[in-house]
Each structure stands twice: as structure tokens, then as C-alpha cells.
Ligand binder design. Sequence first.
Ligand SMILES: Nc1ncnc2c1ncn2[C@@H]1O[C@H](COP(=O)(O)OP(=O)(O)OP(=O)(O)O)[C@@H](O)[C@H]1O
Ligand SMILES: [Mg+2]
Length: 565
Amino acid sequence: MTSVNRDVVREKLGKIRGAFLIVALFSCVVNILMLTGPMFMLQVYDRILASQSVPTLVALLGLAVGLYLMMGFFDFLRTRTLSRAAHWLENELTPLAFRSWLVRSLSGYRPGYRPLQDLSSIRGFLGSPVSLALFDLPWFPIYLSVVFLLHFQLGLLATAGAAVIVVIALLNELLSARPMREAAGLDQSEGRFAELNQKGADSVLAMGMLAHTQRAWRELRSAAIFNQQRGSERSEFFGALSKSFRLLLQSAILALGAYLAILQEISPGMIVAASIIAGRALAPMDQLVGGWRNIKRTHLAYKRLRDYLSRDAESEPVTVELPDPTGRIAVIDATKFPPGPRNPADTKPILHDINFTLEPGDGLGVIGPSASGKSTLARMLVGLWVPDQGEVRIDGATFEQWDIDKIGRHIGYLPQSVELLAGSIAQNIARFEPDPDQRELVDAAKLAGVHEMILGLPDGYATDVDSAVTPLTGGQKQRIALARAVYRQPRLVVLDEPNSNLDADGDAALASAILALRENGSVVVVMAHRPSAIAAVDKVLMLRDGEQMEFGRKEDVIRKFTKAV
Ligand SMILES: Nc1ncnc2c1ncn2[C@@H]1O[C@H](COP(=O)(O)OP(=O)(O)OP(=O)(O)O)[C@@H](O)[C@H]1O
Ligand SMILES: [Mg+2]
């Protein structure tokens, strides 16, 4: 297996490099035209007022209007270019981010991994005035040199002022970053707590746990609030300081200008021009200081996104086109440890040395007490979890060798806790195929014994699974999920406790569905607590504590098992 290593985010950014160049070019034009205001003022004060010529004033005003219009136009163009590029970037990366997010949520909950949010914050940033300020920043020295040209001392004052603003910004960053970071970390555990509580709202309210969870919540929350407050109080102080300093600086430049004018070193027009140009030079700096947190957040989002997306692109194998599987399943010495970091010395595997093979048409019942590893085996069989040692092969190929979407079509999986996806019943059963085969759809529903039930619903197959009017019950959802698992009669069907919510009719439908699938050559694996639940299978695997106790023909295993008890 070869794998590709690609920094996708960078690649896509490279594609919009042209747009950045255009924005930089337009920014040149805008920044030069920005001088229109001060130059106009200079002319009005020093020429027009001296010569008292109205026609010159009108001509100058006309010129200024033209230049302002041009500036507005180019400013609009650069904003538009940037936001279009940002939009394109998000659009291009969204499918990958979505995929990465789904795939990564597999191996357990990952607080803080939100590539889609990261992506939109990058887009938001690129389209914001703060990112434009980055393009204006290189003009800072040029404006400053114009002030120097007006008078050396004015230039010095403006430079010193800019230095003070930078120092204030740095102090702000130094003193408020840590509490803010801590608050962000606490926010995450808080979010997790809230999520679990919301899911368990029924139990919380019914059993009078509200006051207790409220208190636990408050403890978590107040720590976060405290840090947030401390961080923001500090930056409030520095924010006010730098704002009043900027205003002071402008007046100081005006005062120095007036003084120099009194000494007759500069003209009155130059006083105003210097103050305006200095203000203009400081504007992007001001915006960057104000948007600093945003810049940092975006930078972190960018780093995370690059890291994860390129790693996910890297782990995406280049697969060879394989023929459709027939359904020969081999589990060879498979051992699975709990996901996440582990200490090999003291971590017990969830499943240990599992070995068995199944041929097309076989039905396997996996029985064992709670926590014996049945669901883990189910996840391994459908390729969600890769064994840490040993392997699972379908028609001789491991899951890495299959194209994930292609092999998925040949697999039916009914997870232990069923979640239907937002959409209609038909969409759910047909696995969101854009153009499902109506006959296959109805066949799957009939096979799972839900066809009549669905027809009985007000909207039939078009019923929304989240419908507020006729909410589907747990048993109904499970049977619809069963129909989804058997849609197009996949080669391998894995059902994890399929009968946990079923009534007697449902049980019978399940048994006949399993038999029908097997007759058609599919392999069916059923996880169950009780031997009675595996009427329609011919082989049995017994698990206890992650160990394979028995594997063989159903009668043999049951005979041995009942003798032993
Ligand atoms: N995501 C996970 N991270 C860590 N450990 C896990 C994870 N999922 C399952 N386990 C552990 O693996 C063991 C087997 O769990 P599994 O869900 O496979 O059991 P099971 O036989 O399906 O149980 P049940 O009959 O209750 O459904 C348990 O001890 C469980 O704690
Ligand atoms: Mg289970």
C-alpha cells in the first residue's frame, strides 16, 4: 500500500495566491489614492486661501471627487477579491473537513476538534477588515516618510507614538493571553458537560437531579468565567489606554505642527496634512492591535486544520480497483486495545486473539455477557476499528486495501445504539443515494418487516425521521435501521443487538430476514446476549472478557455450553 502525503490546505491556498497578489496590487492603488485627502487639504489651505481663486477650488474639488471615486472602486474590488477567494477556499476544503471530522469522531469523542468551524473562522478572517489591514501595513513606513518629508520633527513624533502603541499592544498580549487560554480550555470541558446533560435531560429532570447538576455546572462555569473576566479586564484597560493615547498623539502632532508653523518652518496646510497622514499610517496598526486576538485564533485554526487535514489526506491510501467481494471473511489473530494512548504494560485488550473464518451464506451468532467485546468485534468486522494486532480480511483484502466507499456498499451494519440521519425514511433506508432504486428500497423495508409500518405513517416513505408530529419510536427506528443495513442485500451484514427493541413480530421478521440474506449468499453476523436471539444462524462465537471461548457449529457450541453450566 502506498500513501500520499499532501498538505492540502497549503495546496489550496497556493491556488488563490493570484488573488492575494491582485489584492496587494489594488492595495497599492488604494493607499496612494488615500493621500488625496491630505493633499487636497494642503492645496486648499496653502494655495486657495492665499490666491482666493474660486475656479481653482472648483477644479481641485472636481479632481478630488474623481480620485475618491477611484479609491472607492479599488477598495471595493480588493474587498470583493479577498472575500471571493475566502469563499472559494472554504468551499474547496469543506468536503475534506467534513470527512476528517466524521472519521476522527470515530475513535471516541474529540473535544475541540472542529475542522468545519476552523474553516469558517479562516474564511471569516480573510474576508474581514483585519486581513485588509495586513495589506495596508507595508504602507506604514511610506506614510511615515511622507510625514518626515513634511518636517523631520513631526516624523520623529509620529514614529515615537507608533512605538508606544506597539508597546501597549505587546503588554496587553503578555498579560491577558494566559487567563484567556485557560478560559478556553475550561470552556471545552464545560461544553462536554452541557452536552451530556442535555442528552440525559429526561433522567436529570425525572429523578430530581437538576439542582445537583446545576451546582456541578456552576462550579465548572465559574472557573471559566473568572479567567475570562480576568483576561478581558486587562485588555479593557489596555484598550482604553491605547485609544486615548492615539487621540493624544494626533493633538500632539497638531500642536507640534502649530509650533513649527509659528517658527515659520512649515505652512499651516502642512499642520493638518501631517496630522491626517500620521493618523492614516497608524490606522492599520490600530486595526491589527484590535484584531490581534482574531489573528491569533485564525492562526491556530489554520495550524490545526493543516495538521489534521494533511494527516488525513496522508492516511488516505491509494487503492487498486478490486472486484466486488463475495463475502469470505477471515479474522486472524485479531487483538484490539482501547483507542487512545496506552501503556502496553498495564492496558488489557478489549479483544484478544480472535480467530475465525466465514464463508458466503454463513450466519454467525456472537454471544457473551456485557462488556465481553461483542460491539467491538462488530466495529472491527465493518472496518470502523482496525485491529492493533492481526487482521480482518474480506475476500483476502484488508480494509485498507478497499476503497472505503466501495466496500461500504457491500456492508450492512446495525449499530447497538441506532441513530438515523436527518432526512426521510426513504433516504435513510437507501443510504442517502441520490437516485435510489425504488424496488430495492421497498425490498429492504419488506425484508426488515417495516414496509407495512411505513405505509401506515401519514407521509409513508417520505416521512421525516425527526418528524415532530409522529415521532418514530425506538423499535421503529431500529427496524428502519435494519432495513438500511440490508438495503441492496450487502455481502456482509453485521447486526449489533438487533432485537433489543423488537416485539415478537419484529423477532420473527428479523429471523426471516437473516435467513433470506443467507440464502442469497450474504454472511450475517448477529451480536446478542442470549442464545435465543440467534435462531437463524448456524455458527456461534462465544466471547468472555475479550477472549474467544468457543467458535463452531451452533449445536456443538450450545451443547458444550449447556453441559458446562
Ligand atoms: N471507545 C472505547 N474506548 C475505550 N474502551 C472501550 C470503547 N468502547 C468499548 N470499550 C471497552 O471495551 C469493552 C467491551 O465493550 P463492548 O461494547 O465491545 O462490549 P459488549 O460485549 O458489546 O457489551 P454490551 O453487551 O453491553 O453491548 C468494555 O470494557 C468497554 O469499556
Ligand atoms: Mg455491545
